[in-house]
Design a protein around this ligand. Structure first.
Ligand code: AMP
Ligand code: MG
Length: 519
């Protein structure tokens, strides 16, 4: 473990805050503040990702060593680590919020593995930093389990995301008022080590622009391009233009992927948008059970539903628009920025069609297919049909003799099934006729659809069951879920329960359908 190499370019190449104390403050003229994790009482490894450990060159003995829990609980450093918290701002729920920054995340360093891949290691919940504002710098076990499991599940779904190496329990309690309703309680604390090539967010650029620090803005832009987009070449001007276009394209692709699998981020503030186009900051996220474009898991957003499922692609573009505004001083003209935003719309439309074609098992998306899709979405919402189970089952519909049988399981409500069955029969007949036009052999069609429609997603209630058990000291379900989510597109005999509909008890339960930002 001690042989892991670090190459800490962020702190080496960018200006830091000269003030060494962790007291809360506005930090000017700096991209980060050096800060040590606050040690915890009793660091204990709860779970780890074997894939991520092996990418970093850790074997099982490393992971199980007491030193591992010490390092990833925040009590010790490996040689070469240089901890810091980054300064960023952001638009929260549509309004400029000023300086935010890593209030409880501390980057330990940029590890470079034997293959030359760069992995920033960041502890979430590691204690106070200059950016903690009025909060405690800590994270609770429940939200740490949710972040750990979901980032690994997303990775295995093939969706760009930050990763997670491990969860370490701290042996300390954290006080949280889960629904901000005057009922605080003590909860077990934990630290997640998350991993990504870069944790730079849109908000890292916005803060310097908002403060009129154009020099630092340009420096951060060129640093980001050099470190994280080394494939871009040409003059400074063409590189910056290409870069913004690439960020727009990646964000568009990410939105289409979230829509494909029914993921709702829940807090798409610009400080939660990765410049690499990764899913980042797993908070009150959720997965669509019954198809509903208006659903949001985030109770903090319940009134405006800004970040509801169906609104995500539009918010992606709104966030890029804020980024484009912030970047203007580094571009000096609006054209390259406007082109990027236009590119977003084009790429999103293309990716949406591609993913929809995959979900329906069509070779290509044609003009008239939009109507077929819109009708289906209306029906799925009206009849309360489970999105994941429906699309998975659709692959088993016999195009020669379409019937509702293979998707019957996806209905939550018998009465609605009854009421809508004729409409579904009609849709299935039209769908079958359309799919037959492609002339794809049935086995190939099924294979394609099963590669686009996961069987297993991290349903909100499944994560909650793992949390309930872990809070009682039993981590087995975390490990089992991690293992199930490793092969989300394969039927896993014996594990049908993890592909089942949301049970009734989970419909209105905290943690299952209702989550807040309190974590
Ligand atoms: P989030 O809603 O988790 O994306 O966080 C928004 C901002 O609040 C970021 O600057 C976080 O670092 C900060 N923050 C969230 N929770 C805490 C906490 N427990 N302690 C300190 N800062 C926090
Ligand atoms: Mg955040």
């Amino acid at each position: 473990m001690r042989s892991l190499q670090f190459d800490n370019r962020f702190v080496r190449e960018l200006p830091g805050d000269p003030e060494p104390s962790p007291h809360v403050r506005q930090v000017h003229g700096a991209c980060y503040s050096r800060v040590m994790p606050t040690p915890v009482r009793e660091p204990r490894l709860i779970a780890w990702s074997p894939e991520m450990a092996s990418a970093l060159g850790f074997d099982e003995a490393d992971v199980r060593s007491p030193e591992f829990a010490q390092v990833f609980g925040g009590n010790a450093l490996l040689p070469g680590m240089e901890p810091y918290a980054a300064c960023y701002g952001g638009h929260q729920f549509g309004n400029w919020a000023g300086q935010l920054g890593d209030g409880r995340a501390i980057t330990l360093g940029e590890a470079v593995n034997a293959k030359g891949e760069r992995y920033e290691l960041q502890l979430k919940g590691a204690g106070k930093t200059p950016y903690s504002r009025t909060a405690d710098g800590r994270a609770v076990l429940r939200s740490s389990i949710r972040e750990f499991l979901c980032s690994e599940a997303m990775h295995h779904l093939g969706i760009p995301t930050t990763r997670a190496l491990c969860i370490v329990g701290t042996g300390e309690d954290v006080i949280r008022d889960m629904f901000y309703d005057g009922h605080p309680r003590a909860e077990p604390g934990a630290v997640v080590c998350r991993v990504a090539p870069s944790f730079i967010r849109f908000g890292n650029f916005e803060i310097f622009s908002a403060r009129g620090d154009e020099q630092l803005l340009a420096q951060l832009v060129d640093f980001t391009i050099a470190r994280d987009f080394p494939e871009l070449g040409g003059t400074t001007e063409t590189r910056r233009t290409e870069w913004f276009h690439t960020v727009c394209e990646r964000t568009a692709r990410l939105m289409a992927e979230w829509m494909r699998v029914g993921f709702v981020h829940g807090v798409m503030n610009t400080d939660n948008m990765s410049i690499l186009g990764l899913t980042i900051d797993y908070g009150p996220y959720g997965w669509i059970d019954n198809f509903d474009p208006d659903w949001t898991p985030n109770t903090t957003d319940a009134s405006g539903r800004r970040y509801r499922f169906g609104n995500q692609p539009g918010i992606g573009q709104w966030n890029l628009w804020q980024l484009g505004n912030a970047l203007y001083p580094a571009f000096g003209s609006v054209e390259p920025l406007q082109e990027g935003l236009d590119r977003y719309a084009v790429v999103y439309a293309r990716e949406r069609e591609r993913t929809l074609a995959g979900k329906l098992g069509l070779t290509m998306f044609h003009e008239g297919d939009s109507e077929l899709v819109d009708t289906l979405h209306t029906l799925l919402a009206r009849a309360e049909v489970d999105m994941t189970i429906f699309f998975r089952g659709l692959a088993d519909v016999d195009l020669q003799q379409p019937s509702i049988e293979p998707v019957r399981e996806a209905f939550y409500n018998e009465a609605l099934l009854e009421r809508e069955s004729a409409a579904f029969a009609d849709w299935l007949a039209r769908y079958a006729a359309r799919a037959l036009q492609d002339g794809v052999p049935p086995e190939l069609r099924r294979e394609r659809m099963n590669a686009a429609n996961p069987c297993y997603v991290l349903r909100n209630y499944l994560a909650q069951e793992a949390i309930d058990a872990a809070e009682q000291g039993d981590n087995a379900l975390i490990l089992e879920l991690l293992d199930v989510m490793r092969r989300p597109y394969e039927d896993q005999p014996g594990r049908e329960r993890f592909a089942a509909k949301r049970p009734d008890w989970a419909r209105q339960r905290a943690g299952c359908s209702m989550l807040s930002c309190s974590s």
